[in-house]
Each structure stands twice: as C-alpha cells, then as structure tokens.
Design a protein around this ligand. Structure first.
Ligand code: ADP
Length: 270
C-alpha cells in the first residue's frame, strides 16, 4: 500500500492493532444472483465504519453473514481471531459447530431496521432475558446492567412499560440497549432509522452518536443518513454491485469521491 492509499483508508489510528472482524474473499450468491463478490473487509477494535450504497448492493447480506444468518458461498469471516463457519483443524478448513457459532454470535450485537422487541415482556424483561438465559447471569446482576443501559439510551423511566406503549424511536432505543446489555465487542446497525417516523430519527441517531463518542465500541453502521455517517464514522465504505468500490475517511469520501459511481450516488442526497 502506498502512503497516499494508507492515508485514505481510515481516520482511525490502527497502528499496532489487529482487526476484530476480518472478511476474506467472501462471496455470496442466491441462485444465479451473485450478491457479494470476493469481499475483503477489516474492522479494527474501536473503529466506526459506515457502509453506504444503493439498495440491493449487498449491504444487508454483508451484515447477515456476520450474524451467521446467512452462510457464504465462498470465503471466511473471523471475529476476534475465531472463524465463523470455517475453522482450521489440522491445517484444513472445516465448518464451525453450533457451540462455536453461539460463542462468536455473543461477540456481536445487532440492531435491525425493525426493532423486534418481545411484545409480551416489559422493557426491563426485554433487556434481562438474554443475559439471564444466554449468559447465565443472576437476575439481579442482569437488572443492574439493564438499568445502566436504559439510562444510556435515556429510557430509564420506561422500564416497567410494554413495547406497544412506546414510539418507534423509543422502541429502537430500547433495542440498542438490549444489544448493549450483552456487552458485545462489535455493534452492527442495519439501517436502524429507516423504518422510523421522521420526527423520531434524530433521537435514535443521537443515541448511536453517544455510543460512538465513548470511543471503545467497534461499530459497523449500514446507513442512508449521510450527515450521520460523516459525523460518526472513521471510515466510509461505498458498496455497489456486491463490491466495496471505494473507502476512506468521511472527509475524503464525501468531499472528494474518486469514482463516478460514488459521485452519482452522493448526488441523490444533496
Ligand atoms: P442492500 O442491503 O444493499 O439493499 P441486500 O444485501 O439486502 O442489499 O440485497 C442484495 C441482493 O441480494 C438483492 O438483489 C436481494 O434481492 C438479494 N437477496 C438478499 N437476500 C436474499 C435471499 N434470502 N434470497 C434471495 N435473494 C436475496
């Protein structure tokens, strides 16, 4: 890599750091439709990467692979040094087993477009369910963690309420707290505001900005909110036709795009 390319890669200081997430030559096809084409992608601990690109360019598939909700057609993904589907046994790659996948999934917290809170549980129960059932935490400890996270997203007062009584923005803030309560190493957001009423988008973006500002969480943010990406991300990856077409710090990507495709894409947001 030349000096100039290195400068454009990320605004984050990656010196001496090993990536926490590594995609290597990841391809994914649905039938004849090759959605991802030999993607190489690294996320460094504490780095915030925004993924932008037109609909259908493969962004969600990229996220679903990391959550092991899809299996790649080819390639490998590692999280904190552990392979997702393929792990090495005697120098040979074999599919990972369920126990292993379960462990790796625990490193990643995901927030989707649709919040998917459990409707029949209070907000508090929504947050304590997984820490108790999956991590085996005592109820009291889980509740302590939950309180802390609800405070972080400004939802402490709603702990005893049910999801249906909350606005979309409030439900999404709870969904973020629910992911954080598991203390994941990586937070993955897939268009967390695109199903919300315009008036509640800001409150959710602010919560994500706050988490980003705290600085120690590695984040992948799939978003159509360009000003948000610009403000929060250390690096922006532009996806098109199943490939990362261009990537760099937001100051470069948004003010000095190199490819015609990215210039065209960004015009749609002006
Ligand atoms: P983006 O998030 O950038 O909008 P997606 O990853 O959702 O893109 O989709 C990329 C392509 O993969 C689209 O053409 C979509 O129709 C296709 N696709 C995604 N999931 C499936 C699936 N489960 N079965 C078949 N095709 C799929």
């Amino acid at each position: 890599m030349t000096d100039t390319q290195e400068k454009r890669f990320t605004a984050y200081d990656i010196d001496g750091k090993e990536p926490i997430v590594k995609y290597r030559k990841i391809s994914k096809s649905f039938g004849d439709n090759e959605v991802l084409k030999e993607i190489d992608f690294d996320l460094y601990p504490g780095e915030r990467v925004a993924i932008i690109g037109p609909s259908g360019s493969g962004k969600t598939t990229m996220a679903r692979l990391l959550m092991t909700l899809e299996t790649p057609t080819a390639g490998t993904i590692e999280v904190d040094g552990r392979h997702l589907w393929h792990k090495e046994v005697n120098g040979k790659l074999v599919p990972a087993d369920e126990k292993h996948l379960h462990e790796v999934r625990g490193d990643i917290g995901m927030v989707f477009q649709h919040f998917n809170l459990f409707p029949h549980m209070t907000i508090m129960r929504n947050l304590t369910e997984a820490p108790v059932k999956v991590l085996g935490l005592p109820k009291k400890e889980a509740e302590e963690r939950a309180k802390e996270m609800l405070e972080k997203v400004g939802m402490s007062e709603k702990a005893k309420d049910y999801p249906a009584s909350l606005s979309g923005g409030q439900q999404q803030r709870v969904a973020i707290a629910r992911a954080l309560v598991m203390r994941p190493k990586v937070m993955l957001f897939d268009e967390p505001t695109s199903a919300l009423d315009p008036e509640t988008v800001g409150e959710v973006l602010n919560v994500i900005k706050d988490i980003a500002k705290q600085g120690d969480m590695s984040m992948m943010l799939i978003t159509h909110e360009m000003s948000f990406a610009r403000e929060v991300a250390d690096r922006v990856c532009f996806f098109d036709e199943g490939k990362i077409q261009e990537q760099g710090p937001p100051s470069e990507i948004f003010t000095n795009p190199e490819t015609e495709r990215l210039r065209e894409f960004l015009k749609g947001f002006n």
